[in-house]
Design a protein around this ligand. Sequence first.
Ligand code: 13P
Ligand code: SF4
Length: 356
Amino acid sequence: MALDQAHVTSKVPNPGKAPARDHADVLPAFTPALAREMEPLYERVKHVVTPIEWPAFAPLIKAINTFKKERNAAILAHNYMTPEIFHCVGDIRGDSLQLAKEAANTDADVIVQAGVHFMAETSKLLSPDKTILIPDLEAGCSLASSITGADVRALREAYPGVPVVTYVNTSADVKAETDICCTSANAVQVVESLGVDRVLLIPDEYLAKYVQTQTDVEIITWKGRCEVHERFTGEELAALREADPSIKIIAHPECPPDVIEAADFTGSTSGMINYVKDNRPPRVVLVTECSMASNVAGEVPDVEFVKPCNLCPHMKRITLENILDSLLYMQHEVTVDPAIAGKARRAVERMVNLTA
Ligand code: 13P
Ligand code: SF4
């Protein structure tokens, strides 16, 4: 698959800041003293991490948190990261909009993006002076790889004068061709902010269809889909509803229209989490990536999370091991071609300023 990685370079290592070492040199033993020191972090994940698993995670977490200080690094963890990453090494946690905004505000010199490549690129656009690292170069996204900058130029020719709103799940090449970005948290607001009758909202056809149900602005879209959310079906949700009519179904707007129709609430990953925290439904289905439920479950012990969920193979490429490698070897640096960075940055900043 063609990933959104046109401007990735890998730097090994960064000798100016710390000498390169391997895991054997930096991983502490899981002694009783380390177990005691790590107890507050274990409290955060003990609902999903067994006491048998913890001795394998704890030394990695300790080493990552030590190296973070040495590098003056911050780890940006998307809501889809596994709990030991999300709760134990993530400094800034949230949906793509929150991560994009916070990347610019942190005073860290280095950002490790525990997420996928378009998120790292967005961080670079908003924090051009920081070093942005992604632990695995293959962490892509089916939406980002569904469209190119040339495709957007062709759309502009086909629809002259129609503004282009681009989902943040795209490459910097695509962002550079567009008027303004949006995320799932602000897509309706961004579309309506333009004050026009028609917009191109690309590349996610399901997000576009959802936004169309929320606005009178005519939406033209593209044929991109999230490979994780497109697999949910209205029938599976109908079966869950039939088995328990009181169940709450919460869906991400990347889901197909019949899934969204079956849902009680639709929102961004953070919107979904907030719904659960605020409403405390006794039983809930989060129709999205599996780690979301695991991450929120510890904070709402009174809520039962019912499957289904689907794994994002790209998000799951990020592990404690490769986050540690990222900090040890300062890999893999994400850069954006200066020829497109200015235009792409303007599209992201326009969105951030609108929703500030
Ligand atoms: P959010 O913007 O809702 O965090 O979604 C990002 C994403 O990749 C969902 O699949
Ligand atoms: Fe992309 Fe879907 Fe994975 Fe999100 S869940 S990163 S939209 S493939």
